[in-house]
Design a protein around this ligand. Structure first.
Ligand code: AGP
Length: 615
């Protein structure tokens, strides 16, 4: 997820774009860049780091006052964060300049074709390929920029919000979107372009939000011309008068980043499997696995190291890998693993899971495992992070920046990546049937829609939160694939509401925790239809007979648990290994609402940091 900003009008573009980038830094902050155009020359500055670094660099590299400009703050998906990979990008001729938020999945094949036609590339990005494709189309078809953009975008697969201009046409910027947001601010003889309205809300509250597969020619002194990318049909701009304030806009209209990120999960999961899960072809494409397949297939065992929520994702992976791929898995707290002198051999594969890619204990565990000969694979959310650079190979989650300290979309996208790996290995090993494999691919492809449906229980979770917001303790129970979800639900509650909560395997209750059960103790039980359901029903009856209050997460249409529980939240039916992607959603929402009702700082809970870069 990146931030894009553009301006064309009567003012100096530089201050508008720089301030706009500062407001969009929550969308991505590993590198930034700006280009100004004064009608004759362009000046471009870009750098790894934050917008502050860009300001320092551009003070010495930009010497023109352009009334047209583009700016970009990056969340890397292709190409590590560095100066060269930062946006904006020039086309080979230097006439076209582009900024892009999104992922072009088929950029490699396009790049190969352009190289054959003599194009040279300076960066590793998909964006530089796109701007040269537009240039090639413009040359070959002899068309203007707008038409060239339209033809080129019909050749790409992926997601994009782009702004591009041609130095030979100083009064227009062409924009287009598919899957990534793009807003056009409409001022008096000036236009603003941005990922959301925060960069221009102080200048105008009149805006047009492009719909998917729409593009626009933004020309000074003219009305915005909208058209459909696919069929050139004219679209009519729906000009909105925005009432939101700046802070609301940065949070996408949500009250907190955590809630925004909970609701981003359908898109985050989709972005994470985009280009990797090709269900109709029965394929899973993951370069990091494809290039190291033998290591995984011949591994004695897989050791998973992580901390916190990422450790819970590792536990889910243990169940999936062993159940489907029949590969022995051990899940270790990185902080324990690094100090207990573990037995590690070159026949071990270590998977390190980390949202930030900077967790000190996880990084140390990786280094130790490498020293002892293990092959190390990383699952990170930050491209170019320390862990991503330290591992031998890896697969990124494409969740976009996770700002809320409580990890939500990172958890579900980590599970998505790990599920893809497990399914790929299971297919290679023949440990699941072809039909089962295809069933899983189709089911995984449908998960974003089922997460969307689960999010509809938000109001119900708010009502339940009202009942239990003053509890002192809470127990979370789950079995099988949902035991790690019970742990995760408990962590969410305790870290943002400060209520003591514990997750347990449901069967463990009678080995101690049942002594805690009384009418003051809410017990969250995950009781999906396919997860040892009858056993969980017995556990619920044990709790009920001791006056415990039961909040049950069940499969939609459930009857038996619904009759027993005090509160029931339904999730759509899915295959058992994929249930954690759904059952975790109500638990995220429950903890969010309880914390809010207790007046806690949901996005920055006390004593916590987003990335634990110290021991
Ligand atoms: C999760 O909600 C917490 N914020 C914390 O447990 C976190 O998961 C843990 O610190 C690991 O962080 P990482 O994924 O960035 O390595």
């Amino acid at each position: 997820m990146c931030g894009i900003v553009g301006y064309i009008g009567h003012r100096d573009a530089y201050p508008i774009i720089i301030k706009g980038l500062e407001r969009l830094e929550y969308r991505g902050y590993d590198s930034a860049g700006i280009v100004l155009f004064d009608g004759k020359d362009t000046n471009l500055a870009k750098t790894k780091g934050k917008v502050e670094d860009l300001k320092n660099k551009s003070n010495t590299t930009i010497s023109i006052d352009g009334k047209l400009g583009l700016g970009h703050t990056r969340w890397a998906t292709h190409g590590v964060p560095n100066d060269v990979n930062s946006h904006p990008h020039y086309s080979n001729s230097g006439d076209l300049v582009i900024i892009h938020n999104g992922i072009i999945e088929n950029y490699e094949s396009i790049k190969k074709a352009l190289i054959k036609r003599g194009y040279v590339f300076h960066s590793d990005t998909d964006t530089e390929v796109l701007v040269n494709l537009i240039e090639e189309v413009k040359k070959q078809e002899g068309v203007k920029l707008g038409k060239a953009v339209q033809i080129a975008l019909n050749q790409v697969v992926g997601a994009y919000a782009i702004a591009v201009f041609d130095k030979n046409k100083s009064d227009e910027i062409v924009v287009a979107r598919l899957g990534s947001p793009l807003a056009i601010g409409i001022g008096e003889n000036e236009y603003f372009i941005a990922s959301d309205a925060s960069p221009f809300i102080e200048f105008t509250n009149n805006a047009v939000y492009l719909e998917d597969e729409e593009m626009a020619i933004v020309r000074l002194g003219k009305e915005i011309k909208l058209r459909k990318i696919k069929d050139d049909a004219i679209a009519y701009p729906n000009i909105l008068e925005l009432q939101m304030n700046l802070e609301e806009i940065e949070k996408g209209g949500y009250d907190h980043f955590m809630l925004k990120e909970i609701y981003e999960q359908p898109r985050a999961i989709l972005d994470t499997y985009r280009g990797r899960l090709l269900a109709d072809q029965g394929l899973i494409k993951m370069a990091g696995i494809d290039q190291n397949l033998e290591k995984f297939l011949n591994a004695n065992r897989i050791i998973i190291v992580a901390c916190g929520t990422s450790w819970h994702a590792g536990l889910v992976a243990e169940y999936i890998f062993e159940d489907l791929a029949r590969i022995p898995v051990e899940v270790e707290y990185a902080s324990e693993f690094r100090y207990r002198n573990p037995v590690i051999t070159e026949n071990d594969v270590l998977i390190a899971i980390s949202q930030s890619g900077e967790t000190a204990d996880t990084l140390a565990a990786i280094k130790m495992a490498k020293e002892r000969g293990a092959f190390v694979f990383g699952v990170c959310n930050v491209v170019g992070s320390s862990i991503a650079r330290e591992t031998d190979a890896g697969a990124y989650t494409h969740a976009g920046p996770e700002i809320g300290v409580a990890s939500t979309k990172a958890f579900t996208t980590q599970i998505t990546v790990l599920t893809l790996i497990a399914l790929k290995l299971a297919k290679e090993k023949g440990s699941i049937s072809e039909s089962k494999y295809h069933e899983f691919l189709v089911e995984l492809e449908g998960i974003p829609a089922k997460v969307e449906k689960t999010l509809a229980s938000n109001a119900l979770l708010e009502d339940i939160a009202e009942v239990y917001k003053d509890s002192s303790n809470c127990l979370y129970l789950g079995r099988g694939y949902n035991f790690p979800v019970a742990l995760e639900g408990a962590l969410k509650l305790k870290e943002i509401s400060y209520i003591h909560a514990e997750g347990y395997p449901a069967a463990e209750m009678k080995h101690g925790p049942i002594a805690l059960i009384d009418e003051e103790m809410p017990v969250v039980v995950i009781a999906t239809r396919r997860g040892h359901y009858e056993k969980v029903v017995s556990n619920i009856q044990e709790i009920k007979s001791r006056s415990g209050k039961i909040i049950a997460v069940v499969t939609e249409g459930d009857v038996q648990v619904t009759e027993l529980a005090d509160h029931v939240v339904e999730v759509p039916e899915t295959s058992e290994p994929l249930t954690p992607l759904l059952t975790t959603i109500p638990l995220q929402l429950l903890s969010y609402h309880i914390a809010l009702m207790r007046g806690c700082n949901v996005d920055q809970p006390r004593n916590l940091a987003k990335s634990v870069t110290v021991e």
